[in-house]
Design a protein around this ligand. Structure first.
Ligand SMILES: Cc1ncc(COP(=O)(O)O)c(C=O)c1O
Length: 442
């Protein structure tokens, strides 16, 4: 058996070989035509040999230096000394915390912790290899079956990272003869997957089904497969799409619809089943359900749920699954337990909804620009400049409130903001205190 490709995975292997050949063929000829350089006569500018000369690094280092001059502290990489819930322990001090998407308060829940510990005792901390080659643990399949039943679809496959789930799924399923149309505010992970796929990419105006339909009416016919990518709850703005309208469009244009449910799972729907439950649509009405385990489900990883052929295809051909380790047993156990608790304790979902809509209502009453937020867990306070957002985040931190600035290029400069993640563990008093501080400093 060929150890390089396990002698098993025809499609995945073909894709890798195709990519290798394409990359090799796109290498430029050595300078000077066929005359090859030797190490002694090579003249390579310094900027091509040093990490600190990478343009990407310079783009990071310059604003950092400027911020230091202005006396602004780096708001990133703060060290939390415990689980991040409504409060966080940072540098020995307790802060009100709005920077983590522990929506249902289950990261740190003793039952979730215990499930992870039991899985460690039984299976160890790592799956130690790709599931396809080395085999799997029952807990991994249990989690997948539970997610599939949550969506009422055939099956599910779990990956080790939510980001990698989007990258590998989109780039495995779609290629250069295909069209991918996505919401203009789609998450980076979907965007990277689209780029890697080589498909033709078009963005439609945010949350605008008519804009999507105009694109499809014009060019759908020029392509083989078409994928539409939207989110269940948008992670920057906290608004949601009119899912039934997108389903109607995808049906009429014979396209596939992919919904990234990362922020809607555990948040939307009476029992937290996400945007599907919110609109009461059948699981099979959407072709590709994607989600992450790192938010409401207190773990780490991502999933794709849908029909059998989709899941089977990814399990044998998606490089992010075939050539990557299986989800760690304690992570699978933690997310499975978090899901069980979510379904058994719907008061968590209801409580989250109450707190988030209270936050939105109070923010609006205090004249804060909350943009498009529908008041479900993600609520921005738009301040209009990256510098202002960074300074505001620092001012609130000094008042005992931890909330991250979202600045250019993550959003347009004029849309720079603080982004508040609301969780079930926040209480109304904490929200009042935060809104008051925000209104005073904005
Ligand atoms: C909409 C969306 N999709 C995918 C991801 C990636 O998920 P993860 O952080 O679990 O890798 C994120 C991360 O925040 C997200 O917001």
């Amino acid at each position: 058996m060929n150890k390089q490709n396990f002698g098993l995975v025809g499609t995945a292997k073909d894709q890798l070989v195709k990519r290798f050949l394409a990359r090799r063929d796109s290498q430029p000829e050595p300078a000077g035509g066929m005359l090859r350089s030797t190490a002694s006569n090579l003249v390579i500018p310094e900027k091509f040999c040093r990490f600190d000369k990478f343009p990407g690094y310079e783009r990071i280092a310059l604003p950092e230096a400027a911020a230091r001059k202005l006396g602004i502290e780096n708001p990133y990489f703060k060290v939390h000394q415990g689980a991040a819930g409504a409060t966080a322990l940072i540098d020995g001090k307790t802060y009100l915390n709005f920077s983590s998407y522990n929506y249902l308060g289950l990261a740190g829940d003793p039952r979730v912790n215990q499930a992870a510990k039991d899985a460690i005792d039984r299976y160890g901390t790592s799956a130690s290899a790709s599931r396809l080659v080395a085999g799997e643990r029952p807990i991994q399949r249990e989690l997948e079956q539970a997610i599939a039943s949550l969506y009422e679809v055939d099956d599910c496959v779990v990956f080790v990272s939510g980001h990698a789930t989007n990258v590998t799924t989109i780039s495995t399923l779609f290629g250069p003869k295909d069209l991918i149309v996505h919401d203009s505010l789609i998450h980076n992970s979907a965007f990277e997957g689209i780029k890697l796929s080589g498909a033709t990419r078009r963005a439609f105006s945010h949350n605008d089904p008519e804009s999507l339909e105009r694109i499809l009416a014009e060019i759908r016919g020029n392509f083989e497969r078409t994928l539409i990518v939207i989110e269940g709850l948008y992670s920057m703005d906290g608004d949601m799409p009119d899912l039934p309208r997108f389903i109607d469009i995808k049906n009429r244009y014979k396209a596939f619809l992919m919904v990234d449910d990362a922020h809607s799972l555990g948040v939307l729907g009476v029992t937290g089943r996400g945007i599907r439950e919110h609109f009461g649509v059948a699981g099979s009405a959407v072709d590709i359900w994607m989600g992450t385990l790192s938010k409401s489900f207190a773990g780490c990883g991502g999933y794709i749920a849908g029909e059998k052929a989709l899941v089977q295809h990814l399990k044998y051909a998606a490089s992010g699954f075939v050539y990557s380790v299986g989800i760690a047993p304690p992570m699978a156990a933690a997310s499975l337990e978090a899901m069980r608790i979510m379904l058994a304790e719907p008061e968590r979902v209801a409580g989250l909804r109450e707190r988030a809509s209270y936050f939105l209502e109070q923010a609006k009453l205090h004249g804060i620009d909350t943009g498009l937020s529908s008041g479900h867990a993600v609520i921005p306070a738009i301040v209009g400049s990256s510098l202002k957002a960074t300074k505001l985040s620092q001012a609130l931190f000094e008042m005992g409130i931890n909330v991250q600035p979202i600045i250019y290029p993550a959003v347009e400069e004029r849309a720079a903001r603080l982004r508040f993640f609301i969780g079930y563990q926040h209480n109304l008093e904490q929200i009042d205190k935060t809104i008051k501080a925000l209104a005073a400093k904005i």
